[in-house]
Design a protein around this ligand. Structure first.
Ligand code: LR7
Ligand code: MN
Length: 583
């Protein structure tokens, strides 16, 4: 019988791939793959997702699947002796040092060396060994690869594009879309058009004004023709076999959002470096992205091997594939996010809370140049831009936990008179429409090892001088015998530094001769108290900073009044202790 592809084109059957191991430069083992391997393997009946063979030995012969195409047109590189070839370190001579430094700021990495190494260099195949044997379906969806860039260095942009062209199965690569986010460099104009004209799959979209990477991605997605969108930074190198494992995951479940392992291309010598296994994307307060190794017990409990997908609470942001329809169901990105930052948190929370999953796929690997600084200009202040983006994300997705975000350093964002975080009604509407789960659900189910107590301290508020506890009775404050079972003695010291019982906040009046309980309001600085919360047995002051940095809450010696008095270290009537401290 004649074999046909999905579209009905006849295909040649492939003989067994001939793998020859040869010694490359420096005696490194370089894997050569015979040309015959470049053809599409036998396409037949579609294998239903989840229809996995129980017997592994027959899985290889199962119709509709093939081994990952480890094709790499650069494994027999044009110039084996070139600098940086095979992902090895490039070197500048000492008299080139000045030039290296001079050009560094063009990209905030070693631009001089990047320009010296081939734009289509070979890199070591860093996948775990079993990856080559993995099976993927013959009828995977095609993808549009989207690179957004502003003033990217010529050689790194080209290397990014070549790595996709050379290491992606052609039938799965619908197109490469280069979104020029209003670059100022001349070489990114006609010269880039001319260069890319060699490659029919490459399209260039030029934005008429600077949009920032988030709206640039939205613009790229809007013209994409592939079934899957694959976003990449413009200074990367895709490794052998990188694409199929990502697409396979989406094929199995369109709500999975797979990310490659992000390896490191050195900013100093451009060498390609491996990273540790079992790394996942996490965040810390105030929504700062980071990497963290899966706990040993987790790996054991789930019997994980180094090639198994890793569930990630958040993604790094720059490198991932997503089903195009699903991306739009999720409302793409919040278009109100400017320039850089926060969109990785937004899409991560959105994916998890609205029914999807984020995974790192260890069989897919892409190198990225990590840089110390952004090499391009921010139209407005960088820090303010990022903070504002994060505040938008916090307001829409964090529920009551948004106080942890604000409480870890961004009080000033709450003053909406001085900072305009913009309109959020569409984002809030979207969350409702998609019936997304709560942030609490996300913490409990996706990121249970995240420490996110809603208060810094809680319980009874013990006064050391009186040896009694603060009590709220009939709307006014007094002191009573400490009793954990009395709810009216329970207060929280929150991330917003409120002393709070339910919705009510302890508030000084005037210069602090009287106190009232007001409905808590994050924007009101008079609701904030400074308290050096700690686990130590030492009780500490409660300072009403709004009134003065030196005015402390003090209990009247008779235990019937409260007032603010100048802080004194030895005064036990000014020493307060909560039952539990969380931070
Ligand atoms: O205004 C801009 N317009 C753009 O087109 C600003 C940037 N860009 C382009 C830029 O040229 C680059 O190609 O957007 C891409 C990302 O910008 P980078 O390389 O300056 O970002 P980064 O690598 O420092 O930051 C990470 O976090 C960002 C938060 O907004 C994005 O999600 C980046 O894509 C992301 N990069 C990665 O995830 C790679 C691994 C880094 C880590 C951890
Ligand atoms: Mn980057």
């Amino acid at each position: 019988t004649e074999l046909k592809t999905k579209e009905g084109h006849p295909v040649e059957t492939t003989s067994k791939p001939v793998n020859k191991d040869v010694k490359g430069k420096e005696g490194k083992q370089i894997r050569m793959i015979a040309k015959t391997d470049l053809r599409v393997a036998k396409p037949t009946i579609k294998l239903l997702a989840g229809d996995d063979s129980k017997d592994n030995s027959t899985a290889v012969r199962k119709p509709g699947v093939h081994k990952v195409l480890s094709l790499d047109m650069t494994n027999a590189p044009r110039d084996a002796k070139a600098m940086g070839q095979y992902g090895l370190a490039a070197l500048a001579s000492s008299d080139e040092d000045k030039e290296v430094r001079k050009r560094w700021n063009e990209g905030h990495f070693n631009v001089f060396l990047s320009d010296k190494i081939p734009v289509d260099r070979a890199i070591p195949d860093t996948r775990p060994e079993m990856c080559e044997q993995n099976l993927v379906h013959d009828d995977l969806p095609s993808t549009s690869v989207i690179f957004c860039f502003v003033d990217e260095v010529w050689s790194t942009l080209l290397r990014s594009v070549h790595s996709v062209l050379n290491r992606s199965p052609p039938h799965l690569l619908k197109e490469i879309i280069l979104v020029d986010d209003f670059s100022t460099k001349d070489y990114l104009k006609e010269q880039l058009d001319k260069y890319m004209a060699q490659f029919p799959k490459v399209r260039i979209l030029r934005l008429k004004e600077r949009q920032g990477l988030i709206r640039a991605r939205i613009a790229g997605a809007a013209i994409a023709k592939g079934e899957v969108l694959t976003f990449l930074d413009s200074h990367i190198e895709c490794n052998v076999g990188w694409l199929e494992p990502l697409l396979e995951r989406i094929y199995q479940d369109r709500k999975k959002v797979p990310c490659p392992v992000i390896e490191v291309v050195s900013d100093k010598d451009m060498s390609y470096m491996l990273v540790d296994n079992f790394q996942r994307g996490i965040f810390k307060w105030p929504l700062v992205f980071g990497w963290s190794a899966l706990p040993e017990e987790y790996i054991k409990k789930h019997n994980m091997s180094i090639s198994d997908p890793i569930r990630c609470p958040v993604m790094a942001g720059g490198l991932f594939s997503i089903d195009k329809k699903y991306f739009y169901e999720l409302g793409a990105y919040d278009p109100g996010l400017d320039v850089w930052g926060g969109e990785n948190m937004e899409i991560s929370f959105k994916i998890w809370m609205c029914g999807g999953e984020i995974e790192i796929i260890p069989c897919s690997r892409v190198g990225h140049i990590f840089r110390g600084q952004n090499p391009y200009k921010f139209p407005k202040d960088r820090q303010k831009t990022v903070e504002r983006n994060l505040a938008r994300v916090a307001e829409v997705w964090l529920d009551e936990y948004k106080d942890l975000f604000y409480g870890h350093g961004y009080h000033h964002l709450l003053d909406r008179k001085s900072i305009d975080i913009g309109d959020l009604s569409e984002q809030i509407e979207l969350r409702k429409k998609l019936q997304c789960k709560s942030f609490k659900w996300y913490l409990d189910n996706v990121y249970p090892d995240m420490n996110a107590p809603l208060a810094k301290a809680e319980g009874l508020v013990f006064n050391h001088g009186l040896r009694k506890c603060l009590t709220l009775e009939e709307g006014s404050l007094s002191f009573g015998k400490c009793d954990l079972s009395k709810q009216n003695q329970h207060f929280n010291y929150t991330w917003m530094r409120h002393i709070r019982q339910q919705d009510l906040c302890l508030t000084p009046q005037g210069k602090g001769s009287a106190f009232v309980l007001q409905l808590c309001d994050n924007a009101k600085p008079e609701h904030r108290w400074f308290h050096k919360s700690s686990n130590s047995a030492l009780a500490e002051h409660l300072i009403a900073e709004f009134v003065s940095k030196h005015m402390c809450l003090e209990a009247g010696p008779q235990g019937d009044t409260l007032r603010l008095n100048p802080c004194e270290t030895g005064n036990a009537l000014q020493k307060w202790q909560f039952t539990h401290y969380h931070a």
